[in-house]
Design a binder for this molecule. Structure first.
Ligand SMILES: [Zn+2]
Length: 369
């Protein structure tokens, strides 16, 4: 009994000593009840208790992951915070529940803004496409390569790939610039109606604003109404205007016409001033540049009706786009010349047409991501 008791006491002392020693050791290394690990958190050395998870360490050290946004092709936020940040453990992605080991390195990687992916589509153009800039009444067969944002469907680019030579129509387009004019436009409309001709009017924005009923009358009579800029600036040449001003002139002219119900999306730059940059800027606004192939100089103060007629009939051919004017000066000669011009063109077996800008109908569209 005595021996046993001694042993018991001795054993108890040993056990107590061992327990105290362990507790002391744990106190020394961890400051807690479990062992401590040394890890690197965002570049700094730190201690965590054994069993700490990645998420636990993130919470304890106040690590925040900034999420990035998904942007559309124009840089607008499409899905805020949709690109999450993440933690890396020793440079590798790790799950939040992963337990840390001594020497682990935790890195915070914020989510970066990401642009939406692009998709590319091929659309066969039935009937072909007019050229841009357009000089004649003709269409080129081919297909459109359309690139747009996969999520926003915002257009990035449209490129036309021709698959053959342009087909010139047996048609002529009479176009009238610089109106509407209260003095001449009604008379020119009356003459065209009497001759049963549909023509195209490229109107100046501020004049359309001042004479909206004339634009409505043009539309009612089946004429096409196109955009000829808002102010008709000519100095410097239109294509050399500062880009923002150039875009504003086109966009403002188009706004006036849209309000009046005209949506042909055809633009004729003042003075016919063009450049690749102008064509691109116009296309970006959803419009096509229309120029001409035949200028009988009715704008020249000395031109008589006879001379205007002669110049048109001497040069007209299938596909001609003829530039005339219903504003910007005395248009008596133009008005007087119209019946002979129309008769002469028809006599050559050519039809008189108004220009159109119908969007091509998608046909056999095939997705090519
Ligand atoms: Zn003009």
């Amino acid at each position: 009994m005595v021996l046993l008791r001694r042993v018991s006491v001795a054993g108890a002392i040993v056990i107590v000593a061992a327990v105290v020693g362990t507790l002391l050791a744990r106190e020394l290394v961890g400051g807690g009840e479990r062992a401590s690990l040394t890890v690197t958190v965002a570049g700094r050395s730190a201690h965590v208790v054994e069993g700490t998870t990645l998420a636990g360490a993130a919470a304890r050290f106040g690590l925040h992951l900034r999420a990035g946004d998904v942007l559309d092709v124009n840089g607008k936020v499409l899905r805020a915070g949709a690109v999450p940040g993440r933690f890396l453990l020793d440079g590798r992605p790790a799950s939040a529940g992963m337990r840390l080991r001594s020497g682990d390195r935790i890195t915070v990687v914020d989510g970066h803004d990401r642009r939406e992916p692009l998709v590319r589509r091929i659309v066969r153009v039935s009937g072909g496409m007019p050229s841009d800039p357009q000089f004649t009444v003709s269409r080129t067969p081919g297909e459109q390569v359309i690139v747009s944002g996969a999520l926003s469907h915002e257009l990035v680019s449209v490129r036309f790939r021709s698959s053959g030579p342009a087909r010139v129509e047996r048609a002529v387009a009479l176009t009238f610039d610089d109106g509407p004019s209260p003095q001449y436009t009604p008379r020119i409309l009356a003459a065209l109606t009497k001759l049963r001709v549909r023509a195209t009017f490229f109107v100046i924005g501020y004049l359309a604003e001042a004479n909206p009923d004339l634009v409505r009358q043009e539309l009612r009579l089946g004429m096409t109404v196109g955009n000829h800029s808002y102010n008709h600036p000519q100095v410097p040449p239109f294509a050399r205007l500062p880009p923002q001003l150039l875009r504003d002139e086109i966009a403002l002219g188009e706004q006036i016409l849209s309000r009046l119900g005209a949506r042909p999306h055809l633009f004729r730059p003042p003075g016919g001033s063009t450049s690749p940059g102008l064509v691109r800027a116009t296309a970006a606004l959803g419009q096509r540049v229309v120029l001409w192939s035949l200028d009988p100089a009715d704008w020249s103060p000395g031109s008589s009706a006879k001379e205007i007629t002669k110049r048109v009939l001497a040069a007209v051919r299938p596909g001609s786009i003829v530039i005339l004017h219903d504003g910007g000066g005395d248009r008596t000669a133009t008005l007087t010349a119209l019946p002979a011009i129309v008769r002469g063109i028809r006599h050559r077996g050519l039809q008189l047409v108004a220009l159109t800008a119908k969007p091509p109908k998608p046909q056999n569209a095939t997705g090519h991501p």
